[in-house]
Design a binder for this molecule. Structure first.
Ligand SMILES: *Cc1c(COP(=O)(O)O)cnc(C)c1O
Length: 356
């Protein structure tokens, strides 16, 4: 396709998590929240629908910014909203990384970072996590002079967190802006929000998709110094968040009690699930997110993924060149998780018998 920019023709394109075929499926592959969202969010969306969709939405989602600013203890101009936090990643890269320039991130991590860099015609420098998913220092070769460093914290697929103090050191040593992708932070013990006050080059992105159970609504926000956000605003679509999303998101973040209950349930299931997966012989790092990264050294896990899928249970199989592979399993309801664990137990026993 000679009409197409060479960068686009050469790239593979992001592959979103598989959507199950029709029929009942237990879907544990894209880290959605298994519980319905806050009833207040639904009511606010219905009210917005009744009020009408014939006029454009507020380009800045002011109602959300004001509420979020109150909750986070910052001024509203430190917040910029997006059509999912994926859009905020796009805005940050468009604003900060030019064609041919370098973007850097610890890997394995969220595969969208590479896709967005490729669209921009930027170069990617991946810095490998240690085998235990620690990363004491994030050294980027000087000659690369990166324009942006992105860290998913908690990370995917590992679910692990780098301590805030380590992120602070990276921010201090880093010659360029540092974006902390906190899509899963509501399931974690700590966050890096305070770093945006300390450093005018730190950005923190958040999502309503996972912890607030609103993946279908598409809403996220970034927190950062107003000067930087004003530049990012120039590259966004004028009406990037629609009326329904703004209404639903604004109601959702103020329902603190709903979030607390959803978090309590998911964390309890996560802990039980991790123990049982380890009993089944998986290695599972301690997770600060709503999923678990399951690997094993005694047998390949790809056949387990395939066998679960045949039985209408979808988990995410991930393979990283020079790193290894594993299953990333979302924390569903207790019932979903128990079904998945039962099937895994049977599959592992069956195979054991075959080999004997
Ligand atoms: C799910 C996810 C996002 C994107 O979330 P949206 O708000 O739905 O766009 C961003 N980063 C990571 C690491 C994620 O897993």
């Amino acid at each position: 396709m000679s009409y197409v920019r060479p960068e686009i023709a050469a790239m593979q394109g992001y592959v979103p998590g598989e959507q199950p075929p029709p029929g009942p499926f237990i879907k544990l592959n894209t880290n959605e929240n298994p519980y319905p969202p806050s009833p207040r969010a639904i009511a606010a969306i219905q009210a917005a629908l009744t009020a009408g969709l014939q006029t454009y939405p507020d380009p800045l989602a002011t109602s959300f910014r004001n509420k979020a600013a109150d909750l986070l203890g910052i001024a509203p101009d430190w917040i910029l909203c997006g059509n999912g936090s994926d859009e905020l990643l796009t805005m940050a890269i468009r604003t900060l990384v030019g064609p041919g320039q370098t973007m850097c991130y610890p890997a394995p991590s969220y595969s969208l970072y590479r896709t967005l860099a490729e669209i921009q015609g930027a170069r990617v420098r991946e810095v490998a996590y240690a085998a235990d998913w620690s990363l004491p220092n994030l050294r980027v070769p000087e000659d690369d002079s990166p324009r942006l460093v992105i860290v998913a914290n908690p990370n995917s697929p590992s679910g692990t967190c780098v301590p805030r103090e380590t992120v602070r050191q990276w921010a201090r040593d880093c010659p360029c802006p540092l974006l902390v992708d906190e899509a899963y932070v509501d399931f974690a013990d700590d966050d890096c929000l305070s770093l945006v006050r300390e450093f005018d080059k730190v950005l923190v992105t958040r999502s309503l998709s996972k912890s607030y159970a609103l993946a279908g609504l598409r809403f996220g926000y970034v927190v950062g110094a107003p000067d930087l956000l004003q530049q990012m605003m120039k590259v966004k679509d004028s009406y990037n968040c629609d009326r329904l999303a703004i209404a639903g998101a604004t109601a959702a973040i103020t329902d603190l009690e709903w979030l607390r209950q959803a978090k309590t349930r998911i964390l309890a299931t996560r802990q039980r699930m991790r123990g049982q997966l380890m009993e089944l012989g998986f290695q599972v790092p301690v997770s600060q997110a709503n999923f678990l990264w399951c690997t094993r050294s005694d047998r390949p896990v790809q056949p387990l993924y395939a066998a679960l899928k045949d039985q209408r249970i979808l988990v995410r199989y991930m393979h990283y060149p020079n790193w290894g592979d594993g299953l990333r399993i979302s924390v569903g309801t207790d019932e979903q998780v128990d079904t998945c664990l039962d099937r895994l137990r049977t599959l592992l026993n069956e195979n054991h018998t075959c080999h004997a």
